[in-house]
Design a protein around this ligand. Sequence first.
Ligand SMILES: [Zn+2]
Ligand SMILES: [Zn+2]
Length: 239
Amino acid sequence: MLSNLVATLIDNCLFFEQHCQLCGQRPCRHGLCPDCRAALPQQAEHGCPVCAADAASHCVPCGRCLRRPPAYDVLYAAWRYDYPLDALIGACKYGRRQALQGLLAALMPALLKQRTSGPDIDLIVPVPLAAARLAERGFNLPDALARAVAVTIACRFDPALCVRKRNTSPQAALGRTQRLRNLRDAFSVKRRCDGLCIAIIDDVATTGATLDALAKALKKAGAKRVEAWVLSRANDHKI
Ligand SMILES: [Zn+2]
Ligand SMILES: [Zn+2]
């Protein structure tokens, strides 16, 4: 606990010079030097206008969204889930690395460049972890990402609104249909959110099944609009 606190203080203190977490060479703020940041994987130029998956056109929704429209209204991704971002996210989630958490949170507001239209967001909500997994991991990366975006756009942030009711099996090992089954009724919403426009925050979207399930729960609780904002978007075959 104390070492986490010290690491956080160092990450946020300008008097301590950091070195780039990727090349280890150049001094920088927020953990990435300008060259490594410029080399981060950008989103493809053409993506589905609903789920942001790779698509031939960005004018019409992809076949999957046409066949089964997701419960969220639109998904925006700051970056593409590819090297080195995939490695940084993996190291952060399973290695409890405070410095990486700060680095990834600083990359999140890049997403706002993708969102050039849409109504004001009333509330920002991270995708929650089940209590048992949170206890095991010690932190929830989407909380840090959500806080960074909330501060940037001066929006209300509520990490306690939604609860993950059960410890769903790890999504990475499952196919799309199994993912949807695995997530059925996985989330509950603690109070009504009638008429609110909500942005839900996650680190990676693959099939979007988790975001779909959470958006469905929020709409059931009265949300008018739910947007999914993610740090990175993967193609299904990547995971
Ligand atoms: Zn670097
Ligand atoms: Zn789509």
